[in-house]
Write a protein that binds this ligand. Sequence first.
Ligand code: NAD
Length: 318
Amino acid sequence: MNKVRVAVIGYGHLGRWHAQKACGLADAQCVAIVEPFAENQKKAKEAHPQVKVVADVKEVMNEIDAAVVVTPTSLHFEVVELLIKNNKHVFCEKPLTATYEQAKHIQKLAKEHLGLVIQVGHSERCHEAWERRGEFKAFFEKAGTARLNRLAPFKGRATDVDVVQDLMIHDIDLMLYLFPEMPNKVEATGYKIRTPKYDYACAEFSYPSGRRVIITVGRNHVEEVRHLEVTNDAGCLMVDLFRNEIIVAEGKAQGPDDFVKKMTYGKRDHLLLEQEAFYKSILNKTTPMVTVEDGLKAIKLLDLVMLSLEKKEAIKID
Ligand code: NAD
């Protein structure tokens, strides 16, 4: 195989961008867009007249090697399960599934199909800032208090799931990626504001080392906020994921000119990087950039956040 024959499944808000990447990458041949709704089918046909548009992936199963799954989260499980059972490589948007039980089942299936590349779309790992962590080691290696905030005005999207599955999953994955230890307790609070699901949630994760990570997400906020802030005895580090800035106030800094340093980092096309990595993993038979195990770990914590929200109490993490 020198090109991966791929179908993009779901042509909604994000699917149209995934289809654009799949149609433009040298390692892929986008052979189909799968979309059941007529209005979105029409948009897909207009944007990609050379690509077959079908309502069900079963119609093109024999023509593809892989699929990019961009359906609503509540459908990830059934779509990914069907693809793996048909021996297809899968790139699935975050979160891998809506529940931990479903993700465990996908992990089992993946183990039965070891030759397949299953990649999860935890795109926030693609920020260039994380590659510069070495410059700010003390903030990541020593225990401290970290805050991850991801809030936005209401857009009416992804209301099939709580804001925990929609937004907090990004930050749970970042937390696991950036801080190399597992938390042992989580306590969450949340509010249902505009939908029957949680539209706001705040979860505090405690670690055996004394580290604390507080993740706040909301989809009914007054403005767009996306940042990581870490404070410990080295000082304060802030990464603004929206403006692509790293701002640091190190404890050892001396004069007023030197005290707060602001740097920018390059904006990247995360979907492009993820899809490029996906096809390279298939063609070179290498481990994907975000594995099923990574996706499962994030969903395990996500489920415990939901449990804490429902029980209104702190939950131990084993
Ligand atoms: P959306 O509702 O706009 O689009 C989903 C599309 O899937 C719709 O067009 C719908 O008609 C289609 N669909 C429904 N059932 C289908 C089926 N059985 N087969 C094929 N298509 C089907 O949703 P969205 O905002 O594009 O989100 C899709 C996924 O992408 C979600 O899982 C979400 O979590 C994820 N997402 C990730 C990011 C990110 O930053 N990585 C951003 C936005 C969304």
